[in-house]
Design a protein around this ligand. Structure first.
Ligand code: ADP
Ligand code: MG
Length: 308
């Protein structure tokens, strides 16, 4: 190393580098990592190569100093600088830190969950944070069973869950947690807040996007319809939107979850059956309900309201 260092200093004076540069270089060469690197790679380095690499070595020392502290001011935040020998000289390579890799993994995970009109934090819902109180035991067991079965045979048909229970017991949270667990295993899902989705579908008529929106929801591999029954619905939403989506998902055997304040029986008799105009349409309600029953299994959730 001494030789490499000496040669380097000679080289600098030879090239008439000014004194200030010399001082800077002195600190760079004092850096233990630079020292060891030059020593370890002396066979691959040439004097000219090192001369060319002055700015790289300087950058390396500077970036290393800022690393973990002033991440925002750095050349590549989240990346650790590393020296490599290259064409007789030295180059700086930036290696992603485990921190960055973890952040990226979390991002990818979130991207597997499409949440339409859902609370922002729903993508972070995690089964491990789900308190398995007595009243939720069954729901969580069924959720775990679904996840296990789905991961084992993603192409086979799996009956999903129809989570039924009063406001605030954690139905939406559980749907989010299931989506999260599936995402961790690489499977994307789509969550829609049904009442808001219905309003959007009505608005989509004006800009001709109804068909493409339905197509997207029809085909998504795992669909979760949250809060079905929360708002009164028109026969158009019931038959031409919900009916069409569910018909397709039933035919293609695509997993479809539901959450509702209503039981299946109540949903059929008190919600689907009566149109917004007050017409009683028991057969139409029955048709929708048959599809829901084909796709999902009713699970009651009780317990305290977690919103307060
Ligand atoms: P529901 O959909 O049944 O009305 P939510 O899923 O919206 O109920 O849950 C109500 C509130 O309690 C939400 O703020 C939710 O984030 C929170 N919550 C529900 N279950 C859990 C849980 N297991 N751990 C932490 N927070 C939860
Ligand atoms: Mg909810």
């Amino acid at each position: 190393m001494e030789n490499v260092g000496k040669n380097f200093k000679n080289l600098m004076s030879k090239n008439d580098l000014d004194r200030q540069l010399g001082v800077l270089m002195e600190t760079v060469l004092k850096d233990p990592e630079v020292y060891h690197f030059l020593k370890e790679h002396k066979d691959e380095l040439t004097t000219e190569g090192i001369e060319r690499s002055y700015s790289e070595l300087y950058e390396f020392v500077q970036e290393k100093r800022k690393f973990g502290k002033n991440e925002k001011d750095r050349v590549a935040p989240g990346y650790r600088p590393q020296l490599i020998a290259s064409q007789g000289g030295v180059a700086v390579q930036y290696i992603p830190t485990t921190d960055l890799l973890e952040k990226r993994k979390q991002m990818e995970l979130k991207q597997r969950i499409t949440a339409v009109d859902m609370p922002k934090d729903i993508r972070e819902a995690d089964l491990k944070d789900f308190e398995p109180t007595k009243t939720r035991q069954q729901a969580i067991q069924e959720a775990l069973a679904f996840i296990e079965n789905y991961i084992e045979k993603p192409k086979a048909f799996h009956k999903a869950l129809y989570l039924q229970g009063p406001f605030g017991v954690g139905k939406t949270y559980l749907l989010g947690a299931i989506a999260h667990a599936l995402a961790k295993n690489g499977y994307p899902s789509t969550l829609i807040h049904f009442p808001t989705f219905a309003v959007e579908m009505k608005n989509s008529i004006g800009n001709n996007t109804t068909a493409s929106k339905i197509e997207e929801i029809k085909r998504t591999s795992i669909l979760m319809i949250d809060d079905i029954g929360a708002d009164s619905l028109s026969s158009w939403i019931r038959d031409d939107i919900l009916g069409v989506i569910l018909q397709h998902r039933m035919q293609e055997e695509l997993p479809t979850f539901f959450s509702s304040n209503f039981s299946m029986k109540q949903l059929e008799e008190e919600h689907l059956r009566i149109s917004q105009r007050g017409e009683d349409e028991p057969l139409k309600a029955k048709r929708i309900m048959e599809r829901i029953k084909f796709l999902s299994k009713e699970i009651k959730m009780a317990g305290r309201n977690r919103r307060y």
